[in-house]
Design a protein around this ligand. Structure first.
Ligand SMILES: O=C1O[C@H](COP(=O)(O)O)[C@@H](O)[C@H](O)[C@H]1O
Length: 235
């Protein structure tokens, strides 16, 4: 990577970050709806986004016109604590946002490979491109479910690939996963990375210092984003 292809936005604390990210996400969704289009919001799971979700759920906008989905999911039931869908339903699709339709990536199939066709159809039926996609990042440099050592990582980050979703199994992933692919994510009208804490900043700095996306898959997003990737960070 010759130039750091990011736009780093730092905040004094996590509450300030959540307020700004929620306000800007709501503005982007409102703008899409204002042009007469339906809007699609793809969010991450994990431990970071809860505060942002709660803030965004209070936004005044036409939530019935906002389809919410996930950038990636663990192949577990949506009643399990590891489910990203559970996190979204309990923290984002609440209050004003309760009217938003939610499209899960997990199907009734027993595995992501078995559910692939159905998940692919669900994503193909979403208003496209995604209006807003918010990514997270793990300590190993994974984002979405683009895991180092993932069995389908090359497929997931193939910018010439035609798949919209890819199953993923990786040593660090715990469960089998399903993930939106890189072309779908970087096509989003608005794309941001939301990270918190000094540890995640160190991971980002390491990613910016190298260029192998198989080692740190966040590099694939940074390298292929249509514009410098907005990184929202607070200590
Ligand atoms: O497993 C996942 O991890 C990443 C990062 O999560 P965090 O707990 O470190 O915030 C997340 O972005 C992804 O959606 C999730 O499935």
């Amino acid at each position: 990577m010759s130039e750091p292809h990011i736009n780093l936005r730092t905040f004094p604390d996590r509450t300030a970050l959540a307020e700004t990210l929620a306000a800007e996400t709501a503005d982007a969704l409102r703008a899409a709806i204002g042009t007469g289009n339906a809007a699609t919001l793809a969010v991450s799971g994990g431990s970071t986004p809860k505060r942002f979700f709660r803030q965004l759920s209070q936004a005044e906008l036409d939530w019935e016109s906002v389809t919410v989905t996930l950038v990636d999911e663990r192949w577990v039931k949506d009643t399990e604590d590891r489910s990203n869908a559970k996190l979204v339903k309990e923290n984002l699709i609440q209050g004003r946002a309760a009217a938003a339709p939610f499209v899960p990536l997990v199907t009734d199939a027993g595995s992501p490979e078995g559910g692939l066709m159905e998940a692919q159809k669900r994503v193909a039926d979403l208003p496209s491109p995604l209006t807003v996609a918010i990514l997270g990042m793990g300590d190993d440099g994974h984002t979405a479910s683009f895991f180092p050592g993932g069995d389908r990582l090359k497929d997931a980050i193939d910018m010439t690939g035609k798949l919209l979703v890819v199953p993923m199994r990786a040593p660090a992933a715990i469960e089998p996963r399903i993930t939106l692919t890189l072309p779908v994510l970087v096509a989003a009208t608005s794309l941001a990375l939301h990270i918190e804490g000094d540890g995640k900043m160190a991971v980002l700095e390491k990613a910016l210092a190298g260029d192998d996306p198989l080692e740190m898959p966040i590099r694939a997003v940074i390298a292929n984003a249509a514009r410098p990737l907005d990184v929202f960070w607070a200590p």
